[in-house]
Design a protein around this ligand. Structure first.
Ligand code: 2P0
Length: 321
């Protein structure tokens, strides 16, 4: 095969990945656990171009150069090395995440690219191999290969892959907060955290514990424990990041208002738990039967969208691209 198309979806971590042990191999400091979403996919076609003198990258119909192209080429170099094929490729991606949604597209982007590129270069990879490959593009992409719920172990180059984990069905209510501030990228902020946050060691040890507790809460089908671990781990990540020098503040006043509202909902008997990534948006988990009520309680804070556990990276027939 010289051409293949794949689709993958974003994921939101319930136990966060924040920090690298090895930034070349993209090994994380800790394991993490996430829910893959069922909307906002990235669809990517990789086509080998034997005559071309370089890779070509288009995103939503626009030719992309500079750093994003360099990152795609560096990733394809790994695929070429594994395949023993030197040909360059044309990569055409369609990203359905509205820019304003603020959901990370590097997870869905590199998961889709890993699967499409491995097929276009005739590599025969199982999902664990695709997850390992996707990791080299972006850490969070490791988990987007896996459907529904994924656990990504810290491991070494061989074992640092994501695999499926059973968890109770739930919904994620994404609240898009329009804070308008320019954010520092996760990659840069992770480096600064490791170098300057005095809380980094505590973050690493508490997250390893949180992951073990999360695995056991999932095995017990215990939504309440899952929720408590999720919210605590998110706020510990933000505390660690805020302690950088110079400090980094991803949460906006509205983000904090949502965390408070979610606590009030719990106190009134509606069980929900909040988390937030490297930005002001807040994602709230709830049982499926409570999702509509939780979403309705959060519309005052921003635009709200309810997601279910979604598919892993999947190959498409070209007619579906
Ligand atoms: C996560 N985030 O677990 C954490 C929580 C954001 C906050 O993974 O440098 O874009 O490409 O590995 O994957 C965002 O970091 O960073 C992220 P790289 P990535 O989802």
């Amino acid at each position: 095969m010289t051409k293949a198309t794949a689709r993958a979806y974003p994921n939101i971590a319930l136990v966060k990945y924040w920090g690298k042990r090895d930034s070349t191999l993209m090994l994380p400091l800790t394991g993490s656990m996430s829910m893959t979403l069922d909307d906002f996919p990235t669809t990517t076609t990789v086509e080998r171009t034997p005559e071309a003198a370089a890779d070509h990258f288009e995103l939503n119909g626009e030719v992309i150069e500079g750093e994003p192209l360099r990152r795609v080429t560096k990733f394809l170099d790994l695929v070429r090395e594994q395949a023993g094929i030197r040909e360059f490729a044309a990569v055409r991606s369609k990203n359905e995440v509205p820019t304003a949604a603020g959901l990370a597209s590097s997870a869905s982007g590199f998961a889709a690219l890993a699967l499409a590129a491995s097929k276009a270069y005739d590599l025969s990879l199982d999902p664990a191999d695709v997850s390992r490959l996707a990791r080299r593009g972006s850490g969070s992409a490791t988990r987007s290969v896996i459907p529904h719920f994924a656990v990504w172990r810290a491991g070494d180059d061989e074992t640092s892959v994501a695999e499926a984990i059973d968890a109770p069905d739930m919904r994620m209510i994404v609240v898009v907060v329009n804070a308008g501030n320019k954010e520092i990228s996760s990659r840069e902020a992770m480096k600064r955290t490791a170098l300057t946050s005095p809380f980094n060691d505590a973050w690493v040890s508490s997250t390893e514990q949180a992951l073990e507790s999360m695995m056991s809460a999932c095995a017990d089908n215990d939504f309440t424990r899952i929720g408590r671990i999720t919210e605590t781990n998110a706020l510990r990540m933000h505390a660690t990041i805020q302690a950088c020098d110079p400090p980094i503040l991803y949460l906006a006043p509205t983000s904090l208002a949502i965390f408070n509202k979610v606590r009030e909902l719990r106190e009134s008997g509606l069980e929900a738990y909040a988390t937030a990534d490297a930005g002001p948006n807040v994602c709230v988990i709830a049982r499926p039967e409570d999702a509509d009520a939780v979403a309705a309680a959060l519309v005052e804070f921003g635009s709200v969208r309810t997601m279910a556990p979604g598919p892993g990276a999947e190959l498409l027939a070209d007619s579906e691209a």
